[in-house]
Design a protein around this ligand. Structure first.
Ligand code: KG4
Length: 329
């Protein structure tokens, strides 16, 4: 089979990212323009500002990605674009640009689910990884346990009933004065703290989660006691939220008898969570974690997912629209 070059485009939140990936696994370029410094002053992503910055960045980032890959636009075989879930205005920028490229180059357009992209980040990190496996998807907008049956077929076994895990990290960080994005800051501070503050764990039936209770408990604790040791608070928050996560992971393993677990999404960069998953290896469970630079939003993961969608014949026409609440299954 001839090599297939996929151009991936990602603009679902505050990263304008474009990448070229060969045969779904080999990253030839991965350009990311992050707007984090712009949104930091607001304590979170401002959707309208994100869209406007995507418009300013998308052409330059795309040209750079093609150039860095050492190819020409005419060498691209497939255009893969995130079309949901995400901020509608932000999604529309990348998708419209991808549609225009698909039309101009006369190459197939593939709409990619952003969550599917996060899962595919693992195909880049582990060139031999193949489905089926269980994926623990943990990002700023989603928390799900997914049974990945094939490259393009998914069954969501459980999801958060309220806040996503990354959202809980970000909101706690904002209230205790660490700024945005909070996950990496809590991760760092927790490393010099002791997890000695008791926090409530919310129990939800089945494989669903709820993270808003622990988030509110930490925020209330900080409001009542502003001098509370932040390092210990962060360490305790990480410990209890991870315990809630791991309880469900164990149930999912027992229920499916699947002993191959793959992490995905920005929160899978968390060092405490990674260590807890590593412990499962001693119980005979294979653990796969995306390369740290592929955990958070990027377009290489979108190109990889788009390549497998393309092979499965999932090609879209130019009427494809952004779907802000797109589901995986
Ligand atoms: O996957 P992602 O880039 O965006 C979404 O698709 O939502 O994830 C961003 C989330 C943010 O909530 C951020 O705080 C969190 O990932 N995050 C972390 C860490 N690095 C990023 N959370 C905990 N520990 C980290 N080291």
């Amino acid at each position: 089979m001839n090599d297939i070059y996929t151009l991936g485009i990602e603009s679902s939140c505050d990263e304008t990212a474009v990448s070229v990936v060969k045969n779904g696994r080999k990253v030839l370029s991965n350009v990311i323009n992050t707007q984090i410094p712009i949104h930091t002053i607001y304590g979170g992503v401002v959707p309208e500002i994100a869209s406007r910055n995507h418009i300013n960045n998308i052409s330059v980032v795309t040209k750079m990605a093609v150039q860095n890959a050492g190819i020409n636009f005419k060498d691209i075989d497939v255009i893969a674009c995130t079309y949901g879930p995400g901020l509608v205005g932000a999604l529309l920028v990348g998708l419209s640009y991808g549609k225009a490229l698909s039309f101009a180059l006369n190459k197939p357009l593939v709409g990619v689910n952003h969550i599917e992209g996060h899962i595919a980040a693992n195909y880049i990190t582990y060139p031999d990884l193949k489905p089926p496996f269980l994926c623990i998807m943990m990002s700023g907008g989603n928390t799900q346990i997914v049974y990945v049956k094939t490259y393009t077929e998914f069954e969501v076994l459980g999801r958060t009933k309220d806040d996503a895990i990354g959202e809980a990290f970000d909101k706690v960080a904002r209230v205790i004065g660490l700024g945005y994005p909070g996950g990496p800051k809590i991760d760092k501070l927790a490393q010099s703290g002791v997890d000695n503050i008791e926090l409530p764990k919310t129990h939800v039936d089945g494989l669903d989660f709820s993270f808003s209770g622990i988030k509110t408990a930490v925020i209330n604790l900080h409001h009542k006691n502003p001098d509370i040791n932040k390092e210990n608070l962060c360490a305790s928050f990480e410990r209890y939220i991870t315990e809630m996560l791991m309880e469900k992971v164990k149930i999912a393993v027992d229920k499916t008898n699947m002993k191959k677990i793959v992490l995905a999404g920005g929160v899978s960069a968390n060092s405490y969570i990674r260590k807890e998953f590593e412990k499962l290896q001693k119980q005979g469970i294979e653990i796969y974690m995306p390369d740290l630079k592929l955990c958070t939003d990027n377009a290489a993961m979108i190109a990889s997912a788009g390549y497998y969608d393309y092979l499965a014949g999932k090609i879209n026409d130019l009427t494809l629209n952004a779907v802000p609440n797109l589901k995986l299954d």
